[in-house]
Design a protein around this ligand. Structure first.
Ligand code: PLP
Length: 378
């Protein structure tokens, strides 16, 4: 059996070596290291893939979130509602812009923000909602867009973990996750479903006016050379990263398919086990791209299982071990523990298993067997 890895970037590279090397070589020969033709081509190709009018590449996913919020003109003191159960980047940029983060509890099955909790958290100061499509599945965007329309709020989708996932609207339309709200942010961090070989990110929006504003913000607030109309940032996707992404984008659907197949095999192996809850998918099979394959381990056995996997050299992740409302940087006396019963429970139960495009049947069988045998002895 091949050595099991959480994410197998080397194995994936072997399959696309020629395309990637050729694409990188082109950048070297052109010496257009910043804003070269590869960046422009990737932007167009991603717009087409996602079915969105505007993609604005930038330096990383955290910047993408920050720039989206700057583009919408959110002002210090504005309240922004987001999930208590996500990677810190989401709340970090809200705080950095001196907006007021309002963390709310999530759905215990999908791990995504609970629309009812959003409703309860709305005040006259609320300006925006940031749903995070956690672990590869879109949040309940129909409900979220309805709340946003009722209360005149912006919706900024954190799509760092769900690129390529579909969402089927109540009206029966199929759209890509990230193409629904006012604006979305994604990350091309190497381990993401569409990852480059360094840092990268992008903002997408169907709003041309907002896209124009954002194109200036990413480039020092310039709309005309050396005329700085707004305070901007320097956030660029470099040409080497765009070259890698261009080689990988045509494979994204196949990659996501492989993740899905691995998820199905895991879930079959764990079916009906009393200590294990397998990931819940709310829509058709194209609605989850399994950025993470995350189990809930019941009966207080998660930590013992984690220790056992470590001893067996099986990689795993605890995403996330501490809810954001209990992190030192984001704790606030406004928060009441009784309002976070789900996240407080999830942090004790979740465990994410190796999930990538190169997992084979032997590995999946070995991992699932090891887990089941251990839990049965407890
Ligand atoms: C990875 C990630 C980010 C940040 O992306 P970077 O490119 O690492 O800055 C933001 N939000 C979520 C949910 C993520 O998973």
């Amino acid at each position: 059996m091949k050595q099991i890895q959480m994410v197998d970037l080397k194995g994936q590279y072997e399959g696309i070596k020629d395309q990637v090397n050729e694409s990188l070589q082109e950048v070297l020969e052109s010496t257009a290291f910043i804003n070269g033709p590869q960046v422009h081509s990737f932007q167009k190709e991603l717009e087409e893939y996602l079915g969105v009018k505007n993609v604005i590449p930038c330096a990383n996913g955290t910047d993408a979130l920050q720039i989206a919020m700057m583009g919408l003109g959110l002002q210090p003191g504005d309240e922004v509602i987001t999930a208590d159960f996500t990677f810190a980047a989401t709340v970090e940029v809200i705080a950095l812009l001196q907006l007021t983060p309002v963390l709310v509890d999530v759905d215990p099955e999908t791990f995504n923000i609970d629309p009812e909790k959003i409703r309860e958290a709305i005040t006259p100061k609320t300006r925006a909602i940031v749903p995070v499509h956690l672990f590869g599945q879109s949040a309940d965007m129909d409900a979220i867009m309805e709340i946003a329309r009722e209360h005149d709020l912006y919706v900024i989708e954190d799509n760092a973990q769900a690129i390529g996932a579909n969402y089927h609207t109540r009206e029966g339309k199929t759209v890509k996750a990230g193409a629904i709200g006012d604006v979305a942010a994604t990350s091309f961090f190497p381990s993401k479903n569409l990852g480059c070989y360094g840092d990268g990110g992008a903002i997408f929006t169907n709003n041309d006016e907002l896209a124009h504003i954002i194109r200036g913000i990413v480039n020092h607030g310039m709309y005309e050379r050396y005329h700085h109309d707004v305070v901007g940032v320097n956030s660029r996707l470099d040409s080497f990263q765009a070259a890698v992404l261009r080689a990988k984008l045509p494979k994204l659907d196949i990659y996501n398919e492989r993740r899905k197949e691995a998820a199905i095999k895991y879930s079959e192996a764990f079916a009906n086990h009393t200590d294990i809850v397998t990931p819940v998918r709310r829509g058709d099979c194209d609605t989850h791209v399994y950025h993470q394959y995350t189990l809930k381990i019941g009966n207080g056995k998660r930590d013992a299982l984690a220790k056992h996997l470590q001893e067996k050299n099986i990689p795993f992740g605890i995403y996330y071990p501490i809810p954001l409302h209990l992190q030192k940087a984001y704790a606030d006396e406004r928060y009441e523990e009784k309002n976070f019963s789900i996240t407080n429970q999830l942090v004790k139960e979740v465990i994410s298993l190796p999930m990538h495009t190169e997992l084979d049947d032997d590995q999946i069988e070995y991992i699932s067997k090891t887990i089941i045998e251990f839990l049965n002895q407890q």
